[in-house]
Design a protein around this ligand. Structure first.
Ligand code: CA
Length: 739
């Protein structure tokens, strides 16, 4: 049926049959062409007239750089759609560009690849040829990531004006770059009037760097002008990329009716004035770093929002009002002036922070601002209100706090015992007579109203131990074969005995390798690496003995390694009830070595013993560019013993003053360090660690613990550690006592 021209009524019938009719979209009245390959598309798209529709045939379109160009009319747009929603997949090196007026694109899927350019969906062909009054709806972009994690791209880039991106399903962006951006400059368009609505922004893992925003509207350069972009009725679910879930960098934008579910970071009014944040629902579920709204600049309004269970602090507080930089350059922090924060409900928030970010540069207190008629309830009796500095420029009035009022503002916050009830909306509401707080009829948007009905909204989860168990017997090649054959989440159960491994075991799935409950399984390996973590890899080692005795006589061996450029990220590495020995055939033999650009969300050693290593136990010091990046978000060592380690037991580095990330965090408890760190000059190196906790550890004949602070906040807490023939801790911040 290719290149057929049908009359208006058959078009309508056919579109009805293929399910491509958008409820609100005008009925096309032009020609309808079903195309099966790139050549047919090229012919069909050459002379599109208002009302025309091009339909991509079901199937996989690989390495297809789609340019959709035409001049539609308000009542007769030009449409590009899928024969069957969800059945047209753009894969490999594919992307989409729109250019012209009144274009509509719907129901496409991008998966199994990455854009060859800087954008997957772009509302422009070139700097001069943009799309206006155009719409992209019902498009799925699913883990469409560059192989190199720190290679940047944007999944959706809105240029021009009066464009709409709606009902998108965007999930699993794990490389550098904002998921959806509004690009603004005098040439690309400043008065944008875009609408971004009913999208499902699914999980976005921690990037561990700046550039992991889910939405950004503008840049600091043109932030003094108004964009008039509306972001409404979207879901943000596990959008954990960085401290800014949304980075607003322009004026007169509206954020309304969105749901933020268990997302780390905050909606940040970073640059630009006169923005409105209204009727949003933030649900933190008590998860770490879940935040609400961060206020900077002038005339920002935050009203009738609902915040529940947000455990974030600092810049990821349920509410943070920042200090500004006097006479701030556009890219720093304008003083908060005329902010209005009213009729919001905060339930079980960990922190509402007034005067956040005050430091040597940010010295300008908020002025002429108002915090009124808000309801703050903490069922655990905690007072979440914190003032780091002078809040005299904020007028407090009509606020109610339960069970007791904060001392932060003597007037303007009354204590009252408020009994909340869970309304049909799912939100907690105060008795009807209560004036403070969000409107009682505020309802969170239903999740099903976002994204597309034909694609399941999957939550991320560690897949460790979700598969089946396979028994492995000792013998040459058995472990290699079992690893190669294992499915994601499988457990390999090793019988007692000796396993000699003669190739690098690539780990690109979640895999558990465990020894027997009785007896010992020993793995000896003859390559420079035993396990290599790759993209998608997660590893749990349990009840094993790993020996380095057969490793090559070369510098730089490692038991577990993530190579630079491998794309290994957001990985979990758990080692428990295991021991490592004879890692000293040559120098710099590490237990775990993480290369540049790799990131582990969690590395945990529990009941682990390491004896005689010429390198480090945990070598995580590859990010030396001082851009705020690091190799481990959270490191946990408990009940472990390290003896005869030439390098540091932990060598962790995060440099620079960037404030976009939360890690690294480190906790070491009940562990022994005996003759550790001599060659490195330190038994533990914590450079730029954000929070370190050391408790009940014993250091014997070891080099000192070293804590090196970098700009920004940092905390070092310790208790009950003992040091025998070991110098005192060297720290350039005061050590607090761990409770
Ligand atoms: Ca950012």
């Amino acid at each position: 049926m290719s290149l057929q021209t049908l009359n208006k009524w058959s078009v309508w019938l056919l579109l009805g049959m293929i399910g491509a009719v958008q409820a609100a979209a005008p009925i096309p009245v032009g020609s309808l062409r079903l195309v099966h390959d790139r050549e047919e598309y090229a012919v069909a798209s050459k002379s599109l007239r208002p009302g025309d529709t091009v339909v991509l045939a079901d199937g996989e379109w690989r390495d297809f750089e789609l340019l959709f160009k035409g001049e539609g009319k308000p009542d007769r747009p030009i449409t590009l759609t899928a024969q069957t929603p969800g059945k047209v997949a753009l894969t490999g090196r594919s992307n989409l560009r729109l250019s012209g007026e009144y274009l509509v694109v719907s129901n496409l899927v991008f998966r199994d690849g990455a854009t060859p350019t800087g954008e997957v969906v772009s509302f422009r062909e070139s700097r001069r040829a943009r799309a206006n009054h155009s719409r992209v709806t019902g498009v799925v972009i699913d883990r469409y990531n560059q192989a190199e994690r720190m290679l940047s791209d944007h999944w959706v880039a809105l240029y021009g004006h009066d464009n709409r991106f709606d009902h998108g399903h965007l999930v699993g962006k794990s490389n550098l770059g904002t998921t959806l951006v509004v690009v603004r400059d005098a040439e690309q368009g400043l008065d944008n009037r875009h609408r971004i609505d009913h999208n499902w922004f699914g999980w976005r893992p921690n990037l561990g760097a700046n550039g992991g925003e889910t939405i950004r509207v503008g840049t600091s350069h043109d932030a003094a002008s108004d964009s008039h972009t509306t972001v409404e009725d979207n879901w943000f679910e596990h959008c954990d990329g960085e401290v800014e879930i949304i980075s607003n960098k322009s004026g007169a934008n509206v954020y309304r009716g969105n749901v933020f579910k268990e997302s780390r970071g905050a909606l940040t009014l970073r640059h630009g004035d006169g923005n409105l944040v209204e009727g949003n629902v933030f649900l933190g579920g008590g998860q770490p770093h879940t935040g609400g709204v961060r206020v900077i600049n002038r005339r920002q309004t935050v009203r009738n929002n609902y915040f529940e269970g947000l455990a974030g602090e600092g810049f990821a507080s349920a509410l943070s009002i920042l200090y500004g930089v006097p006479d701030s350059p556009p890219n720093r922090y304008l003083q908060v002036d005329h902010a209005v924060i009213e009729h919001n409900t905060f339930v079980d928030a960990r922190s509402l922070l007034f005067g956040a970010g005050k430091d040597a540069e940010r010295t300008a207190a908020p002025v002429a601002s108002r915090f009124a008629d808000n309801l703050i309830v903490n069922t655990d009796d905690r007072d979440p209100l914190q003032a780091l500095a002078d809040v005299g420029g904020i007028a407090f009035a009509g606020n109610v706090q339960s069970p007791r009022a904060s001392a932060l503002a003597a007037k303007g916050i009354s204590a009252r015992q408020i009994a909340l009830t869970r309304a049909a909306s799912g939100l907690l509401v105060a008795p009807a007579a209560e004036n403070a707080g969000a409107r009682r009829d505020l309802r969170p948007l239903a999740r099903e109203e976002t994204g597309v009905a034909w694609c399941a909204k999957d939550a991320p989860q560690s897949r460790l131990d979700r598969g089946s168990r396979h028994e492995v017997a000792p013998g040459e090649g058995n472990l290699e074969r079992a690893v190669a054959a294992a499915a994601a989440g499988d457990r390999l159960a090793l019988a007692p005995g000796r396993y000699v491994v003669e190739r690098v075991l690539g780990i690109d799935r979640a895999l558990t390798i465990e020894g027997p409950a009785d007896g010992e399984a020993t793995i000896a390996f003859s390559r420079s690496t035993l396990f290599e973590l790759r993209r998608g890899g997660e590893l749990r080692l349990s009840r094993l003995h790993v020996s380095g005795e057969l490793a090559p006589d070369e510098a730089g061996n490692a038991v577990v390694r993530a190579r630079a450029g491998s794309g290994a990220a957001n990985t979990t590495l758990i080692v428990e009830d295991s021991r490592f020995s004879a890692l000293d055939v040559n120098r710099a033999f590490d237990v775990v070595a993480l290369g540049k650009g790799t990131l582990a969300d969690l590395v945990a050693l529990r009941h682990v013993a390491v004896e005689n290593a010429s390198g480090a136990v945990i070598a995580a010091h590859a990010e030396t560019d001082d851009l705020g990046t690091f190799n481990i978000e959270r490191l946990e060592i408990v009940d472990s013993q390290f003896r005869g380690i030439a390098g540091a037991a932990v060598d962790l580095y995060r440099g620079g003053g960037d404030e976009s990330t939360f890690g690294p965090k480190l906790r070491i408890e009940r562990s022994l360090f005996e003759h550790v760190g001599g060659r490195r000059g330190a038994s533990l190196v914590m450079h730029g660690v954000q929070r370190a906790e050391l408790a009940d550890n014993r250091f014997v004949g070891s080099a000192p613990v070293r804590f090196e602070r970098t700009p920004g906040s940092a905390a070092f807490l310790a208790a009950r550690n003992t040091f025998e023939a070991t110098p005192a801790i060297q720290s350039d911040i005061p050590i607090e006592t761990l409770q």
